[in-house]
Design a protein around this ligand. Structure first.
Ligand SMILES: [Zn+2]
Length: 193
């Protein structure tokens, strides 16, 4: 059963031993595979308030006591979902690249959305999303707020030419610089922000 109560998910998880973490990791990967289309899951989403999460975008990855040790200044907007809130989609703002350390991995793991492969963006966002869960933070806390409404009209958001945006066409999506996305918008692609 996946926890769907937002209050319950707002609790910070505690550190765990590698052995216990590995056991929790196995349960999480099992639960994730059972899910409809989940790509990540944190232990508190199955009622275990310990610092373990799993990501399965390119390959299954278990992170025990993970920490983001470096993050880029550059950020990008991405449409996110969460297994705890199956009916919600939120446009969040995330770091374009991060470096993570975890007790069950030697060295550092790096994730970056700055690539031609959309799966890299999914993985980079997913790792940030799952580590947030362990700190009691949900995607709603990372929501991208567009410009305030002025005189009842949504003021157009100014997007820098080098700012990363997400564009979609049918089931396809890409993350790229706005200047590169602009001509594609005339070709049936739509901006996700
Ligand atoms: Zn989630």
């Amino acid at each position: 059963m996946i926890v769907q109560d937002r209050k319950e998910l707002e609790v910070k998880c505690s550190p765990v031993s590698i052995k216990e973490g590995e056991e929790i990791g196995v349960r999480l990967l099992h639960e994730l595979r059972e899910s409809e289309n989940g790509i990540g899951l944190a232990a508190n989403q199955i009622g275990i308030n310990k610092r373990v999460c799993v990501i399965n975008v390119k390959e299954p990855l278990v992170l025990i006591n993970p920490k983001i040790v470096e993050k880029s200044k550059e950020k990008f907007v991405f449409p996110e979902g969460c297994l705890s809130f199956p009916d919600s989609k939120v446009k969040t703002i995330r770091h374009e690249s991060i470096i993570v350390e975890a007790d069950n991995h030697e060295g550092r793991l790096s994730f970056s959305a700055n690539s031609k492969d959309i799966n890299d963006a999914f993985e980079c966002v997913c790792v940030q999303h799952e580590i947030d869960h362990l700190d009691g933070i949900t995607m709603f806390d990372r929501e991208f707020k567009s410009e305030p409404i002025i005189n009842g009209v949504n003021a157009p958001k100014k997007i820098g030419r080098n700012e990363k945006v997400t564009i979609t066409k049918g089931t396809e999506s890409k993350v790229l610089k706005y200047k590169k996305a602009q001509p594609m918008l005339e070709d049936g692609w739509t901006l996700s922000i």
